[in-house]
Design a protein around this ligand. Structure first.
Ligand code: GLY
Length: 256
């Protein structure tokens, strides 16, 4: 099997200062680096060639690479993150992606976080969140159309990004946090609800080996997913969850 590529970004010493929606948590930097290392090894074991982009001490959120670029089949959309403090994260990631895709860029006044873009087949659902505005979604829709994809905006509430609310188990099945999105937007998909008490904990990453990586501190939701016959691997990513990160946030996966 030919290797797919995963872009990740190493954890800076400044990571404990990453943006967070609620009160600032204590972050154990050594534990964060150990968790990130296990995440990278999981990707390698799943068959990805992993490109580790150098970290940037001036950008504590830089390990959350997903937010600064959305990779489609032919183009990569370099975003303009909704948090001004994150905008300087994009260029090193764009430089890595330039070898693989034609780049398009979200321009002011548009804002878009990659965590708000859920791509399934030829559809892109984009979260209307605190980070992604109408102009950013309009610009993204134009680029997605170049790639042959339709874009559907979705209101998001109570979580940071659309992909904090909804993740894709396969091309027909979505894992959804109850009350976070209007489920009518996903007509035609089978919806598996997250266990209510795990809405902010359960997250998934669909890997090329057919297995689903899930967060270890959401066992009820993982059991619900596994009972459908999905092969689930668990990983502890507590230090990233503490600053609103999920499993997709930490990588950009692309096929060559
Ligand atoms: N800490 C992730 C974010 O707020 O973008």
């Amino acid at each position: 099997m030919e290797e797919d590529l995963a872009l990740v970004r190493a954890v800076p010493d400044s990571f404990p200062e990453a943006l967070v929606r609620g009160p600032r948590p204590h972050i154990d930097l050594d534990e964060a680096r150990a968790q990130h290392g296990r995440y990278v090894r999981t990707l390698v074991d799943a068959g990805y060639a992993v490109d580790v982009i150098a970290t940037d001490e001036n950008h504590p959120d830089c390990p959350f690479v997903e937010d600064v670029a959305v990779v489609l089949e032919h183009v990569a959309v370099v975003t303009r993150p909704g948090a001004a403090s994150r905008r300087g994260e994009a260029e090193p990631v764009a430089a890595s992606l330039a070898a693989h895709r034609t780049l398009r860029r979200i321009e002011p006044p548009g804002t878009l976080d990659g965590g708000d873009v859920l791509t399934i087949g030829d559809q892109c659902f984009v979260g209307r969140s605190a980070r992604s505005n109408a102009d950013g979604i309009r610009q993204f829709a134009r680029f997605a159309a170049e790639d042959g994809r339709a874009t559907t905006p979705v209101d998001v509430s109570g979580v940071l990004h659309l992909k904090s609310a909804v993740s894709c188990l396969d091309d027909q099945t979505l894992l959804v946090g109850p009350g976070t999105v209007p489920e009518t937007m996903f007509a035609g998909f089978t919806i598996i609800p997250k266990v209510e008490s795990e809405i902010h904990l359960a997250s998934t990453l669909r890997m090329r080996n057919g297995r689903l990586l899930m967060t270890a501190n959401a066992p009820g939701t993982a059991e619900r997913v596994a009972s459908r016959g999905v092969g689930v691997d668990l990983i502890d990513m507590s230090e990233f969850q503490a600053v609103d990160g999920g499993l997709t946030c930490l990588s950009i996966l692309l096929s060559n």
